[in-house]
Design a protein around this ligand. Structure first.
Ligand SMILES: [Zn+2]
Length: 54
């Protein structure tokens, strides 16, 4: 799974990921312009991080 999230929701995204995947994800920063067109899964902020499978 992939979760885009803002800085505010990183911990939430990690919790959700670990809960669903039962493994720890890779956390990487989202670069422009991908960031500009992607919103956080949990609010309307621009995504700062991508949580995904290693
Ligand atoms: Zn957010």
């Amino acid at each position: 799974m992939k979760i885009y999230c803002c800085e505010e929701h990183v911990e939430l995204a990690l919790d959700v990921f670990v809960d669903e995947e039962e493994t720890f994800p890779e956390l990487r920063t989202v670069d422009n312009p991908e960031r500009l067109s992607t919103n956080c899964e949990y609010c309307r902020n621009q995504a700062a991080y991508l949580v995904e499978n290693v």
